[in-house]
Design a protein around this ligand. Structure first.
Ligand SMILES: Cc1ncc(COP(=O)(O)O)c(C=O)c1O
Length: 445
């Protein structure tokens, strides 16, 4: 079937073995655990994936942003193997171990903020968010939490409450945790205030103060959590004034400012952390995904005095900061620094935007092209004037792509955004081949 430079499609997609496994998954795994493709993986390296039928794909999804260093980098695999030869698990509450301490120190050092910091390691992004909320409530002795419409912070009950998207994350899962309030995000393509940047003077940032007047007084609010670039919300990059203004309001009112860098962190946006594009120092930074270099890991890094608030034994968990994950993470961070993947993210992002702007000229369905560094997306609309979202067409592009050998993700509150999270180790040749498949897919719908 289709043969290219890197992509090799030798069966229908999905092939017979993938179809068989998919039907077994349907019998054994609840449908709530959705999939963006029906393909079963056999192996993966760098920016390529081979399935159980022998088809090779280019990966523009990177495990939803967890693989900035690519699939199975040698250094990460070596670190995991060496650690596995020593010990797998003891639990940090039972015996302390060096990989946890080294990684906490590394995160305290590389995260922005010229003040003493401490880090707790846990397992998933949602668990990092949960811990951040517990810690800030303990520290401030306040309970209100502010988050944003369109934001995503996880699927546990607290993090689902903070999330600002009903479908598929909140629908029918019952009442949210109380004392959580959502603010409008600076989504300029669909401005919640019907205004245009910069004449709007970023009025959306001031909305926080309206909440203090009418919803909850500032002295009852423990924290504000925000993604510097919204991920699941559709790669929404706010104007440069938005976060600094919100950060200022938080600082003036004793509200802990939490940057959720779980998707945007670790060089994805062209800096190690997305907030480094702005002159702000969050009180807390949450990381996961590419922190682990493909392993299960998340972290809360914050001002030492905030992190120290909870009593002994109030934080943690059996597997938090697993030795294999810590070693994988130290190796992955080393690769990011050694190979200057932040700078590579900028060049990938530039090429992606150039190609996507050219596609926008040709295909009216592309309403908006946006992004920061290599966190780039296109928003699809049925009509550029009305901006009516095109979710069905977006799903179709995704299907056309994987059938031609490109794994790509959709996102967005209206499910009409194609987002690109390529491993930052992708070669130029792989990038071009992926872009040509994406363009063919746009053309075919
Ligand atoms: C910004 C952000 N926060 C939190 C999470 C939750 O992470 P996890 O799925 O590891 O719980 C995600 C996951 O996509 C995310 O993108």
């Amino acid at each position: 079937m289709a043969g290219r430079g890197i992509v090799k499609i030798v069966t229908d997609v999905p092939g017979p073995k993938s179809r068989q496994l998919y039907s077994e998954a349907e019998q054994n795994v609840p449908r709530g655990v959705g999939h963006q493709t029906p393909i079963a993986v056999s192996s993966a390296r760098g920016a390529t994936i081979t399935d159980v039928d022998g088809n090779t794909y280019l990966d523009f999804a990177g495990g939803i942003g967890a693989l900035n260093v690519g699939h199975c980098p040698d250094q990460v695999i070596k670190a995991i193997k060496e650690q596995a030869d020593n010990y797998l698990h003891v639990c940090f509450h039972v015996l302390i171990y060096e990989p946890y301490i080294r990684l906490a120190n590394k995160l305290n050092t590389i995260t922005p903020g010229q003040f003493p910091k401490k880090t707790i390691l846990v397992n998933s992004g949602a668990e990092a968010v949960e811990n951040a909320i517990k810690i800030t409530r303990y520290y401030t002795k306040r309970y209100g939490i502010l988050s944003f419409l369109g934001g995503f912070h996880g699927r546990t009950t607290m993090t689902m409450s903070l999330t600002g998207q009903i479908q598929p994350y909140k629908y029918n899962f019952g009442p949210s945790v109380p004392w959580v309030y959502h603010l409008p995000f600076a989504y300029c393509y669909r401005c919640p205030f019907g205004q245009t940047y910069p004449s709007c003077e970023v009025v959306c940032a001031k909305y926080v103060e309206r909440v203090f007047e009418s919803v909850m007084s500032a002295d009852a609010i423990a924290a504000l959590i925000i993604e510097p670039v919204q991920g699941e919300g559709g790669f929404i990059v706010p104007p440069k004034e938005f976060l600094p203004e919100i950060c200022r309001i938080c600082n003036e009112n004793g509200i802990v400012f939490i940057a959720d860098e779980i998707q945007a962190g670790f060089a994805r946006t062209g800096k190690m952390f997305a907030v480094e594009h702005l002159s702000i120092e969050p009180d807390m930074i949450l990381t996961a995904k590419s922190l682990g270099g493909g392993m299960v890991l998340s972290a809360v890094t914050g001002r030492a005095e905030i992190m120290e608030a909870p009593h002994v034994g109030g934080l943690g968990g059996t597997y938090g900061g697993h030795p294999l994950s810590c070693q994988a993470s130290l190796a992955a961070i080393n690769v990011i620094e050694r190979d200057n993947l932040a700078s590579r993210a900028n060049s990938i992002g530039q090429r992606l935007k150039e190609a996507l702007y050219a596609m926008q000229e040709k295909y009216p369905i592309i309403g908006d092209v946006r992004g920061l560094g290599a966190m780039v997306a296109v928003e699809l609309v049925k009509d550029r004037a009305t901006k009516e979202p095109a979710p069905k067409e977006t799903a179709l592009v995704r299907v056309k792509c994987y059938q031609k050998g490109l794994i790509i993700l959709s996102a967005g509150i209206h499910h009409n955004v194609i987002r690109i999270l390529v491993p930052l180790v992708i070669t130029d040749e792989e990038l071009e081949e992926g872009l040509s498949i994406l363009e063919e897919s746009f053309k075919s719908i």
